[in-house]
Design a protein around this ligand. Structure first.
Ligand code: NDP
Ligand code: KPL
Length: 307
């Protein structure tokens, strides 16, 4: 397939590096400097002690015209606005879109799009961008995708099926049938893992290796699953899922911790902020979520202030 990837960050470059073995991939980046670097040096991906190089086609985002079989959008939640503007302009030319953001705040805007095939996905890999042309695949998981059927119409999911059919080592793609449950499970992971690893400044794995930190996970998870009003079976599924993702990405620094270290805005509003809004709507008490949210916003403010 002809696949476009918008965003040359950790996840965009991960998708480009693996998908290029089976598909014709073009990465759309924001800056000329990253475009030139990738064209000149190629894309380097390191996984454990192996390093590989791929040469993929690279263009500036302003040259993306929506053509091809599939476009994968890998910018951060808070970077979606200009991309969505362009998507709306090009809707008639776009065959299929896949959104790979953490959080759930973007779902409403995606639902309003009128492109032929629409997918949301969640990423269970741990990936760190080392520079504009290299990444470290620090935790091998998989990517789950689900098609969004809307307005009573069942959109076809041919592209999604073709994408998940291609078997690529260390880069599994699976099709799910329930997009909301898929995203909610990942939202809980990100509330727990991204928030706590960023406040504590630790790699993901430390959350279960250190008994003190592990004791923080349980009540925090209870609070969030209580806000969603899940039953005990659903809570058990969530717990198993959270522990699985932490183990798979143990050596990774969460994307939120990376953002904080680099003095960038974090996705805390789309993740824990989303859950706090839900708690307010349902009139639920969420003291841990509220406290962790304030700690993170405070840390973000300190970093912006340049300490
Ligand atoms: N990293 C990880 O391990 C994981 C990340 N995720 C999620 O995946 C999503 C992407 O995260 P991640 O890749 O880590 O983030 P990064 O910040 O590494 O990547 C985002 C990229 O998007 C680029 N970008 C922003 N706006 C545009 C635009 N208009 N046109 C072209 N490029 C643009 C940025 O460019 P520039 O550099 O120029 O600003 C940046 O390179 C997030 O929602 C994150 O939560 C999910 C699971 C794991
Ligand atoms: C899967 C995980 C927890 C990997 O670190 C992630 O989603 C992130 O960092 O944003």
């Amino acid at each position: 397939m002809k696949i476009s990837i918008i965003g040359g960050g950790a996840i965009g470059l991960l998708c480009a590096a693996y998908l290029a073995s089976k598909h014709k991939v073009t990465v759309y980046v924001r800056t000329e400097s990253q475009r030139d670097l990738l064209r000149e040096k190629g894309l380097t991906i390191s996984l454990i002690d192996k390093m590989e190089k791929q040469y993929v086609s690279v263009e500036l985002f302003e040259n993306w015209d929506g053509s091809g079989d599939l476009t994968i959008i890998t910018v951060k939640q808070y970077q979606l606005e200009p991309v969505m503007k362009q998507v709306k302009k090009l809707s008639n030319d776009i065959r299929a879109l896949l959104f790979l953001q953490n959080g759930m705040g973007h779902l409403q805007a995606i639902e309003e799009l009128t492109v032929e095939e629409l997918y949301v996905g969640i990423v269970e890999h741990g990936v760190m961008k080392l520079d504009g042309a290299s990444i470290r695949h620090a935790g091998v998981g998989s990517i789950q995708i689900a098609s969004l059927p809307f307005c009573g119409r069942n959109r076809p999911s041919r592209i999604g099926e073709r994408l998940t059919e291609s078997s690529i080592p260390n880069f599994e793609l699976h099709m799910q049938t329930d997009p909301i449950w898929m995203m909610q499970k990942k939202l809980v992971v990100n509330c727990l893992v991204n928030t706590l690893t960023t406040i504590l400044e630790i790699n993901n794995g430390k959350l279960i290796e250190n008994a003190h930190y592990e004791r923080l996970l349980m009540p925090f998870m209870e609070e969030i699953t209580g806000i969603f009003e899940w039953n005990n079976d659903q809570k058990a599924v969530i717990k198993q899922y959270v522990w699985k993702v932490i183990k798979q990405t143990g050596a990774n620094k969460s994307s939120m911790l990376k953002d904080l270290e680099l003095g960038r805005k974090t996705e805390i509003d789309a993740i824990l902020g989303y859950v706090l809004e839900l708690a307010t709507k349902k009139d639920k008490h969420a003291p841990l979520s509220a406290a962790f949210y304030e700690m993170l916003k405070g840390k973000e403010q300190e970093r912006e202030g340049g300490i």
